[in-house]
Design a protein around this ligand. Structure first.
Ligand code: CMP
Length: 140
């Protein structure tokens, strides 16, 4: 089925100037960017986005990292977009990510891991709505 998923290129990858290289991987895999913006998250925005992780020990470091510089937030659309994006990203911990994945190639650590992607249809819907009002999403 055609799906949409939220992708975030995190501050480490934005700082490395590899937004285009990462987006190119999505496009090569048949995913389309249907909404996008470069934005500096506030602490409140980052905490709200990662609210499901609020009780985890890594929460404060995660939020600190996500507000350390601008991020590139996008909605990707395509056949099986949620799983396809997760396959392109590789494992959360870049040390465990398969060769050729975005995290294996661009990430340094489990915190500075280059990208975020929605993990399921329900979270994708919530995450897309968090960053993009419906009217700013252009299916094509
Ligand atoms: P992300 O997909 O953005 O979702 C939550 C983030 O928390 C995750 O990527 C990691 O960057 C970060 N994180 C740090 N430590 C852990 C951990 N032990 N398990 C899962 N995620 C972690």
């Amino acid at each position: 089925a055609i799906e949409r998923t939220l992708s975030i290129i995190k501050p480490d990858a934005v700082a490395k100037n590899v937004i285009g290289q990462i987006v190119s991987r999505f496009e090569t895999a048949g995913l389309k960017v249907v909404a996008a913006r470069l934005t500096q998250l506030s602490r409140a925005e980052a905490e709200g986005f990662y609210a499901v992780h609020a009780a985890r020990p890594f929460f404060k470091d995660l939020v600190d990292f996500m507000i350390s510089g601008p991020v590139f937030v996008q909605v990707l659309e395509g056949e099986g977009a949620i799983l396809k994006n997760r396959d392109l990203m590789g494992a959360t911990d870049p040390k465990k990510a398969e060769k050729g994945t975005i995290r294996a190639d661009f990430a340094e650590s489990i915190d500075a891991n280059a990208v975020h992607g929605s993990d399921a249809a329900e979270t994708a819907a919530v995450e897309i709505a968090y960053f993009f009002p419906v009217l700013n999403v252009y299916s094509r």
